[in-house]
Every structure is written in C-alpha cells, then in structure tokens.
Design a protein around this ligand. Structure first.
Ligand code: ZN
Length: 270
C-alpha cells in the first residue's frame, strides 16, 4: 500500500437510456469504470460509483405508446432489466437509481429555482415544429424530409446521413412528422434558457485551471461562442435556441446524478 493521502472520488458512467436493454457496447463502459472503481477502493480511497437510468424523453414516450403501456410502466420494467444485467456482469455500483425519482425532481427544482431567482434564467418564445395529429412538439430527430443540401430523401431534421450536412428542421424540404407522417406546423412555445454566459469567467478559470486536457477545454469553449443576435436570421436563431434548449434539458436530466451521489453519502463534485 502506498502513502498516498486518502482521496474522496465520485465517478459515474453515461446514464443508460430507459427505452431498451443494455447492449454489449454499454457494458464496455460500465465494466471499465467498475474495474477502476474497484482499483481505487483497493488502494484505500473513498470511491463511490453511482449511476441511474435516464428515464425522460420523447423516445420513451413513443416506445411506451407502441407497446400500449404508460411511460412509467416502461421505465419500471426497463429499470429491472438493467439492474439484472448489471448484476449478472458484477458491475458494483454503490448506488443505482433513476432520473424519474422524487429526489431528482427536488434537486432539479432547487437548481432551477435558485438560478431563476438569481436572474440566470431567461424566457423566450420560439417557433417549433408541431405535429397536429399527435398534438405534440417535435424534437429535431422526429422530423424527416429531404436534405436541403443534396436532396437525399428520408433524412432527419438535424443532419443528413447521405452528405453529412447539418441544418435546422426549418430547412428540410417536404418535412413530415416521423410519429404520424403529418406535415409539421410551426407553432410558438415558451422556452427557458440558462444564461451560461453569467458563469463564463468562473467556468473558464476552472476548465483552463489544470483540471482538464487542453483538447477538452477547447471543446467546451464552443459553449461560450456567441454571435450578436443582429447577425442571425430568425431561422438560425431558432436553431441555436433549440440547441441551447436541448443542452439545458440534458443538463437538468443529468443532474439526476446528484441524487444517487447524495444517497451514496457524498456531495456532487466531491
Ligand atoms: Zn444531404
């Protein structure tokens, strides 16, 4: 045993999505993390390996509908399947939970309300594709049409698998809802934006402070790149707004990590 001071180490793996079974590609990551977790524990450090099912999103809603069950029934079944598979492969989580939990709702609400009260949340109205048959707003991946660059048919609303072009759903030719086949309508909806720029100095001090590789810090800098709104067309602004919205939603979903970490007896970032 070394004389290394005892460290508090909190680790996780990407949260598996709760719309289907664990596959072998998932397991590579969980087993590698498990090996590292066991190694650190054997060295005498305090190490917590926490994870959870990511139980929110349109694909879950659609999968449940296809099976004729509720989303809650689907994620409950998938959670049992995931836990059984992880146990069969001896993946030793210190806590495994779900983003669909009262604790996570409490944590996400707390984070949101504190940011809102401090003026770090902005509300804007943006145009978004709406399926008039299913009566739901459509994420980019649920709109299909012809690529605006090369004309390839049956492409998703965010990028073309034939030519690799990226674009906004508004640019797709002959767009259709992937859910119902209906022509999407443009409808206004209110969105809440986290003002990342308010924390730019603090975050950059951390990303450039020796905690991260330069390549990772460079990638994260993309989040701070902003152009004056006057330079942007309404479509470009909507596309950026959508990207930001998705990131904020993912960020809140990922804050589900906090709750299992809390259960395991350590604070986030500890
Ligand atoms: Zn294309």
């Amino acid at each position: 045993m070394t004389d290394t001071p005892k460290r508090d180490i909190l680790i996780t793996s990407a949260l598996p999505y709760a719309n289907g079974p664990i596959h072998i590609g998932h397991l590579v990551e969980y087993i590698q993390t498990d090996i590292w977790s066991r190694f650190q524990k054997m060295r005498g450090h305090n190490c917590w390996y926490v994870c959870a099912d990511d139980a929110h999103g349109t694909p879950i809603m659609l999968k449940a509908r296809a099976e004729g069950i509720t989303p809650e029934q689907l994620i409950a079944r998938v959670a049992e399947e995931h836990k059984a598979d992880f146990a069969a492969f001896r993946v030793g989580f210190d806590n495994y939970h779900s983003t669909h939990s009262p604790e996570n709702e409490q944590c996400a609400t707390l984070i949101y309300e504190r940011n809102r009260d401090a003026g770090h949340i902005a509300r804007r109205t943006i145009d978004q594709a709406y399926d008039p048959v299913e009566q739901m707003f459509l994420p980019d991946r649920f709109i299909k049409g012809e690529c605006p660059k090369c004309g390839a048919p049956d492409q998703y609303g965010d990028n073309c698998e034939a030519c690799g072009a990226s674009y906004s759903p508004a640019e797709l030719k002959n767009p259709r809802s992937a859910v119902s086949g209906a022509v999407p309508e443009n409808r206004e909806s209110d969105h809440y934006f986290f003002k990342l720029g308010d924390f730019e100095a603090m975050l950059k001090a951390w990303t450039r402070g020796g905690s991260l590789q330069d390549q990772v810090a460079n990638k994260l800098d993309e989040w701070f790149e902003a152009r004056p709104a006057a330079e942007l067309t309404p479509q470009a602004l909507a596309a950026i707004a959508e990207q930001v919205r998705v990131r904020v939603l993912r960020w809140f979903a990922r804050s589900g990590l906090i709750e299992p970490a809390d259960r395991a007896g350590c604070s986030p970032g500890g």
